[in-house]
Design a protein around this ligand. Sequence first.
Ligand SMILES: [Zn+2]
Length: 281
Amino acid sequence: MSHMKHNINRRKFLGLFGGGCCSILMPSCATVPITERKQLSLIPEATINRQAAAAYENFRSKTKLITTGSQLKEIKEIGKKMENAVSAFFLNKGEKDPTANFGWDYILVDNDKVVNAWCMPGGKIAVYTGLLKVTKNTDALSIVMGHEIAHAVARHSVERASQAMTINIGTAVADIFTGGAVSQARNQVGNTTGMDIYRIGIMNPFGRKQETEADYLGLIFSSLSGYDIRESVKLWERMAERNKGKEPPVFLSTHPSSTKRIENLENWITEVILKYPPIST
Ligand SMILES: [Zn+2]
């Protein structure tokens, strides 16, 4: 345990989350709320949200769902608190509410084998029953939901789709936006593993930055909603225990390794609790 004081400030975030677009060309750029990271945004958010809503309806109609009971009720209660807290936070700051156009919805998928949850752009959220066996309590579930909601609030899907567009144009163009990260990552991974990064998913380097950002913003949303975010460390410890021996090497995973993730959370928790206390809505 380090006894260094960890100050969360803008510069540190830009160090951790920074990079990306907005250099010389700046074709279309957005800023992630709170972290202020610049992101590529070539596609209108409304377009992505419309596509997501259609995909969500399709998923709903084809999936075995649990539509009553205390587990679904709890998911909806956490969600409602978070919706209100996020909106109130931005309104109090006099900023535009990034969720103003969301059409929030929650489903509980009846599948004990899948330890997962997701939030589609525009606020369509699914939790799998398998996840509830690991979260075990309301605070931990709020951490996962906060993380998923953060992906939507930070418009990570718009960003990924925009990056995919530039990669279709060509790596050279993509590299203009990423400061050479694509070529660098491709060569590094290629040289050590003999694999072509295109085959394991060229988006992974961006994906991991987004995952770390979602962890951070998720803690904030959970804290604003009145949950005990210290539970996040215990949650990821339980998750790591469950995945023992199965954890992929960090460079092949879009999620940070659990060690790195827990280290980040420990650095953030105290200051998030102080800076983002429960908000009255
Ligand atoms: Zn994530």
